[in-house]
Write a protein that binds this ligand. Structure first.
Ligand code: AP5
Length: 215
């Protein structure tokens, strides 16, 4: 099963992808996570993308496309994948079409005020990347990851002014991408305005209805 998760920053793509990845046994590939990891390790790629990510700008297409091509053609994606945060431009969607066939594109939708509340309360584990929310998905011990005990931090690009800019960038780009998958008949809209325990069964139902029941 080859899935693409679309939607604005903070709608919950990473949260849902992590559950669906566990349930279906396919890897969760997040371009944002890849870039944050490379920045942390101060690699050549990390140095190239740092300023874009910190300002909430899109990383240039040619860099992102190469990263995605390498991952999707690797052994770990042979049985399928969930691609989260890609494509973000029409050029990226067209490049993806050349790399592999996508079965379904899930478009997560929620009102702006919900998204802003989610982003402002997000905390992530600095060691394993697990996602929390101070109100909706709090860790058992404040400031500590339930999975690995690592310290929880706020993402650099979750500062209010950067979030605002990321939303603007999203609004400028998303329409042609949604249309790209809608005309191919593989786009599914998912209402993501409720809490995650309600949204995840909705995703599974939609996947089942399109011929992909959980294993
Ligand atoms: P990226 O990491 O992809 O960021 P994003 O798309 O902006 O998405 P987020 O990670 O912010 O949100 P999410 O939807 O995954 O929400 P989450 O599950 O965490 O990209 C970062 C940057 O990298 C970009 O700005 C760009 O610079 C660069 N980049 C990446 N890909 C690129 C590309 N293809 N091209 C060019 N540049 C690229 O949830 C948010 C919060 O809400 C969490 O706290 C969570 O606990 C909570 N939550 C989630 N769901 C619910 C729910 N249903 N109810 C209540 N709370 C919830």
């Amino acid at each position: 099963m080859r899935l693409v998760f679309l939607g604005p920053p903070g709608v919950g793509k990473g949260t849902y992808a992590s559950s669906i990845s566990r349930i279906y046994g396919i890897p969760h590939i997040s371009t944002g996570d890849i870039f944050r990891e490379e920045i942390k390790k101060e690699t050549e790629l990390g140095k190239k993308v740092k300023s874009y990510v910190e300002k909430g700008e899109l990383v240039p297409d040619e860099i992102v496309i190469e990263v995605v091509r390498k991952v999707l053609l690797s052994e770990k994606c042979k049985k399928g994948f969930i691609l989260d945060g890609y494509p973000r431009t029409l050029k990226q969607a067209e490049a993806l079409d050349q790399i592999t066939k996508i079965d379904l594109a899930l478009n997560f939708v929620a009102p702006d005020e919900v998204i802003i509340e989610r982003v402002s309360g997000r905390r992530v584990c600095s060691k394993c990347g697990a996602i929390y929310h101070i109100k909706y998905m709090p860790p058992k011990v404040p400031g500590k990851c339930d999975k690995c005990g690592g310290p929880l931090i706020q993402r650099e690009d979750d500062k209010p002014e950067v979030v605002k800019h990321r939303l603007e960038v999203y609004r400028k780009q998303f329409k042609p991408i949604i249309d790209f998958y809608r005309v191919r008949g593989i786009l599914i809209d998912i209402d993501a305005s409720d809490q995650a325990p309600q949204v995840i069964p909705r995703i599974i139902e939609a996947l089942k209805a399109h011929g992909f029941p959980p294993p």
